[in-house]
Design a protein around this ligand. Structure first.
Ligand code: GAP
Length: 577
């Protein structure tokens, strides 16, 4: 839990975001809608700058890869609604679910595992469970319903709490069958448990649903009344809609819960139409939708949000190298844009936490003021060949990549082999394979929120009368700042507005600028401090005499006199990242 000071800081930030036009509750005039947010004029610029910076650094000015070559990445803008088979292949239709209970009294809805499990495990443990879908291992030959209530209690009380690692493994796709095939206890884990190998995996959530009616009745966490909760029902987090005029199951479709699947759907199109070969990446920025049960922490967990996702396709034997490359690239990217290193934490998921298809995953976490624990900004996952293999299976399209250059170079080595043997070699690794995927997946809204949290600063500065006052300043990285330059005439006379307007006209061709001649200049500075404008240029009485203007820097508040005609170059030099 965040302490009082952190809560106060968060409250001040939320109020500033409203007051200065960064973030508003969506459809506020109708009372808002939980989990949805609108970005005002400043927020829209900030978000656009974040997306542009990511796109620029991924697709335009691409980094140098571990092989010393510029990495190959192309962009994509796929549809939000894809053929529903996509979500069967990805596992979202079967597995992107939470068991829910409704309160018949207060009509609130809760996650069943939260309601029923809290009696046995601590809240932090539960929070960890809820971040991922978990599986519970049951000895083979026994089914969930065969296990009696005492055993359930024992498992929850002792095994889950004391030795969660061997018992619980995370699965993202989470279909039980898939989990069964892929999640095997190692013999070391089995020995530790004194169980005979192998065991059957069950998701913790399924487990809770199965046993809900055998667990002691839980009171409603909302109104506190007992005996008013319905039985748990599975609830898919994808927003459902219908394509065309009829609303039947044949026309059902879903708003995408992640942008990634649009990339996998287009992997072959891009491979066949662009001049790319593995290793290469496809980048996409766009909206994603999740019907989160408990949207919270301002914009952190929303129902509509934006993602910046890169799916980077690599040869199977180069996965680890590229995974490490992208992990450090992405951490550095956040630091480069102003997030303090001691607020950032790359957290490598433990083997027991990993999705069953994933061999490694690092959550890049940020210490938001609303929590004591750093929270996920971005996940960098090594997804193996899971996604392309699943789409190959469901679409019937061959997703393999053939490295013709490598084959042509090596072919002479196999000259003494028969034609059949050569074909066999040619159609296997390292020449033909389903690429593995490294996925750095970032949330635009989460990074926007991190930038705002990091930027919020209070310091002491003299007002017009020289009295020290608390100044609120948003120290947003200049590359991301919504407005780069504000131009003021000191007063609305003596030819100053004319010179300032002319200068503004020149600067706005290059950057988002603001022209402001209302109120005292000190108040104009304060407004731009709260918006995060890095530079304010003032045309004053001296401008007419010696052709110079004052440029005030936001963070240091230092004022420098610069020649009017050199203003643009002076600012440009300081805005370059
Ligand atoms: N394709 C992988 C994927 O979608 P994820 O961890 O579910 O992985 C990636 O989401 C990122 O999207 C998260 O790190 C987070 O920044 C953002 N994100 C996920 N759910 C969100 C939500 N409900 N509200 C805001 N951002 C969210």
């Amino acid at each position: 839990m965040a302490d009082e000071k952190q809560n106060e800081r968060m409250e001040k930030l939320v109020s500033l975001c409203k007051r200065r036009g960064f973030i508003f509750p969506a459809s506020e005039i109708y009372g808002g809608l939980n989990g949805f947010w609108d970005y005002g004029p400043m927020g829209a610029e900030l978000k656009r700058n974040i997306k542009n910076a990511w796109w620029h650094d991924m697709v335009i000015d691409r980094p140098i890869g571990p092989d010393g070559q510029e990495v190959s990445i192309v962009g994509l803008d796929s549809a939000i609604i894809q053929n529903p088979r996509t979500w069967e292949a990805s596992g979202h239709l079967a597995g992107f679910t939470d068991p829910m209970v409704d309160c018949k009294e207060c009509k609130a809805r809760f996650r069943a595992d939260q309601v029923f499990v809290l009696g046995w495990i601590s809240e932090p443990e539960l929070r960890r469970f809820n971040e991922e879908v978990r599986v519970l291992f049951i000895p083979e030959g026994e089914s969930l319903s065969q296990i009696d209530t005492e055993e359930v209690e024992r498992l929850l009380k002792h095994e889950v709490r004391r030795a969660p690692k061997p018992y619980l493994k995370s699965v993202v796709a989470s279909e039980a069958g898939e989990a069964e095939r892929n999640c095997k206890l190692s013999s070391r884990e089995a020995k530790h448990l004194g169980k005979t190998f192998p065991m059957k995996p069950y998701r913790l959530t399924d487990f809770v649903v199965t046993f809900a009616n055998r667990l002691p009745p839980a009171p409603c966490p909302g109104c506190g009344k007992e005996g008013c909760l319905t039985s748990p029902r599975q609830f898919n987090m994808m927003f459902k809609t219908f394509v065309g005029a009829s609303e039947d199951s044949a026309s059902a479709a879903y708003l995408r819960p992640e942008t990634a699947q649009g990339i996998f759907n287009n992997y072959l199109n891009v491979l066949n139409t662009s001049r790319v070969k593995v290793p290469f990446g496809i980048a996409q920025v766009g909206k994603a939708f999740r019907n989160e049960i408990n949207p919270r922490n301002y914009t952190f967990r929303s129902r509509e949000f934006e993602q910046m996702e890169l799916e980077f396709f690599v040869p199977p034997d180069k996965g680890r190298e590229w995974y490490e490359f992208w992990r450090s690239q992405r951490i550095e990217w956040y630091k480069k844009h102003g997030l303090r290193s001691d607020h950032l934490r790359p957290r490598e998921q433990g083997k027991d936490e990993l999705a069953h298809y994933s061999s490694a995953c690092t959550d890049i976490e940020y210490l938001f003021p609303f929590s004591d624990e750093p929270q996920e900004l971005e996940g960098v996952a090594h997804r193996g060949c899971y996604d392309l293999s699943r789409h190959q299976e469901f679409s019937g399209k061959d997703m393999s990549f053939f490295d013709d250059e490598a084959w042509l170079a090596d072919q002479p080595k196999f000259a003494d082999k028969s034609k059949e043997e050569q074909t066999k070699i040619k159609n296997a690794e390292p020449y033909r394979y389903i690429p593995h995927v490294i996925e750095p997946s970032a949330g635009v809204d989460r990074f926007t929120l991190a930038v705002l949290c990091e930027a919020y600063t209070e310091d002491q500065a003299p007002d017009e009368k020289g009295v020290m006052q608390t100044r609120v300043v948003m120290k947003i990285h200049p590359r991301l700042a919504p407005i780069k330059v504000a131009v003021f005439p000191l007063v609305r006379k003596d030819g100053m507005p004319e010179i300032a307007t002319e200068l503004y006209g020149r600067l706005k061709r290059r950057w988002v600028c603001d022209y402001d001649e209302k109120s005292a200049v000190g108040r104009r500075y304060r407004r731009h401090d709260e918006i995060g404008t890095p530079f304010c240029v003032t045309v004053d009485g001296q401008t007419k005499e010696d052709g110079t203007v004052t440029i005030r820097e936001r963070d240091s508040m230092t004022q420098t006199r610069v020649k009017l005609e050199e203003t643009e170059a002076w600012i440009a030099e300081r805005l370059t990242v």
